[in-house]
Design a protein around this ligand. Structure first.
Ligand SMILES: [Cu+2]
Length: 243
């Protein structure tokens, strides 16, 4: 019986065909992933954050639920100190605004919002820090709104950084920081709230929630499904070539 000699030309052709198919599948997957991948956000809708003026401390709206004596004591313990805790910081993003408010009955004393040069809170006054937009509110009476009272602002922060201020009536304990970040925030914010500050949420942002799939997760799922389909097609094609 004559020996069977394999057809080398057809074997090479099959291998080349598989390689082409795998490369084509990889290209399709890459194109799908590139088309569905979320693009980084480049814009941020400016929002306002209220900072509450108390006797005698500052804190951003929502950091503490001030309304019971216990929560008021917690807020005072954290914020009415020479170096307030980070929970007392007003954290915003470039382009956002801050408004200092003192809705009754938060405060009964006169207070000011006066910029300082740095975290020592020792050099303070109107215009002492050129980059600090806080300047000086002057002495303001509760309640808000009032003829000589609050609010102070909104003031816009266009440069990232940390800005310091204090009350000139209570300079050793009534100190605050505004931290301005450059990265846009997520489009879903938490459900913190106090008084009517939730009304300052921008259009398109919702309070609470957070259960919806993010665009990146949807893109990952779509890419995974596309990859599975492509691999299945390649496997079927390779099996057909062997039979
Ligand atoms: Cu004060």
């Amino acid at each position: 019986m004559p020996m069977q000699i394999p057809d080398l030309t057809s074997l090479k052709s099959a291998r080349t065909g598989r390689r082409v198919a795998v490369c084509a599948a990889a290209a399709v997957i890459s194109m799908i992933m590139a088309s569905v991948a979320p693009q980084p956000a480049t814009t941020h809708a400016a929002v306002n954050l209220n900072v509450h003026v108390h006797d005698d401390f500052f804190h951003p709206a929502g950091a503490f639920i001030v309304g019971s004596s216990t929560d008021h004591s917690l807020a005072a313990a954290a914020c009415e100190v020479p170096s307030p805790a980070s929970t007392c910081d007003a954290v915003i993003y470039v382009g956002d605004t801050i408004t200092w408010v003192s809705p009754a009955p938060l405060a009964t004393h006169l207070h000011t919002v006066t910029e300082c040069t740095d975290g020592s809170f020792t050099v303070c006054g109107a215009g002492v820090a050129a980059a600090n937009p806080i300047d000086d509110s002057g002495s303001r009476n509760p309640p808000s709104p009032g003829p000589s009272g609050w609010p102070y602002g909104p003031l816009t922060f266009n440069t990232a950084g940390t800005y310091y201020y204090r009350c000139e009536v209570h300079p050793s304990v009534m100190r605050g920081r505004v931290v301005v970040l450059t990265i846009p925030p997520p489009q879903v914010v938490g459900g913190r709230g106090e008084f009517a500050d939730a009304a300052t949420l921008p259009a398109g942002r919702t309070s609470g929630g957070g259960d919806a799939l993010s665009p990146s997760i949807i893109a990952a799922i779509a890419a995974g499904i596309a990859a599975l389909i492509a691999l299945g097609v390649v496997a079927l094609w390779a099996r057909d070539r062997r039979t």
